[in-house]
Design a protein around this ligand. Sequence first.
Ligand code: AMP
Length: 398
Amino acid sequence: MKILVINAGSSSLKYQLIDMETEQVLAKGLCERIGIGGHLKHSPLVGGKPVFDEDLPLPTHSEAIAAVIDKLTSPEYGVVSSMAEIDAVGHRVVHGGEKFACSVLINDEVMAALQECTPFAPLHNPANITGINACRAVMGDVPMVAVFDTAFHQTMPGKAYMYAVPYEYYKNDGIRRYGFHGTSHRYVSSRCAELMGRPIEELKLISCHMGNGSSICAIDGGKCVDTSMGFTPLVGLPMGTRCGDLDAGVIQFLMNKYGYSIDEMLNILNKKSGVLGVSGVSSDFRDLDEAAKAGNDRAQLALDMFHYWVAKVTGSYVAAMNGVDAIIFTAGVGENSKASRAAISEYFGYLGVKIDDAANSKRGEDIMISTPDSKVKVFVIPTNEELVIARDTRDIVA
Ligand code: AMP
């Protein structure tokens, strides 16, 4: 069975074609500048075919999907002989609200329910829906599955997901913590249980997804019991450009003082804050590491804040679960930054965590970076959201 995984943004569309017999990625690629020109980079990963990397007109997502199918099936760049070899499509959808606690087969009813979730993710869900509609138009009745970033977090208890505002806002308007990066937290937590050789039902795990966007998830017995992102992906840890937790009073103060509109204010909090805002250097942790080494105090402060917040939120989840068996680092910073992992782990002495420096220096593989006698184990597990989407799609269409 071959499954096409699609992640549609407002002007971009990422894809992977995965052979589920071997879980090998046959080809992957990215359409960019959809609606404002168009560019496709298509990389076949089997058969020794060349990479296609060129501008081409992509006025809408439909042309983008058609271009992807054309490349996947072309004699020169293709990895399958016709569209009939693509058995199903898995779509990443950012927000499933309270309606979707797991992945679902897409039909008209599901499409209507996705529309109802759009107010919760006004930037992301419309792009995901456009991608699904384009795919249905181009690929006809190939079965399609929606996999939600929020679904894994639907097991949180009310005490974790409620905000302390008048209850009517929850009941009437759905105002609550939803959490994001669920597909990533789900993948690394189940992989961690495999690596530990223990059933996930017995384990208390904390997964730290640290990339451009960052969130932490407490997973007790395989189920999410708390997570740091909230109603939107703006809160929790300070991130590349997002502010993380912030006193709402600051918003009122700055809007009054500088006459910002709410859109201008949210743009500052989403795009100009986080480690970029504090450092004034970059949202990229590689640049921050370099600047801090060269003596830039604000770059060091931004790094210190990030590490402190990861440790602080992780510590709160140890309390929430009354213990922890393993802590997992994943995503761009978690998988690649030895320095950040070491700095964060320094805070975990009270848990009996000991880091093996040689293991912490390795990259690109699932690895335990704590010493064998460390009371709490620490793992680096490269995330693989596409594989989770493909596996869910296979299971549902089968
Ligand atoms: P992601 O959102 O998971 O793709 O992560 C992207 C982020 O990972 C980048 O913005 C960088 O901050 C970070 N990153 C990637 N490689 C490294 C590295 N070698 N050292 C530190 N940070 C890295």
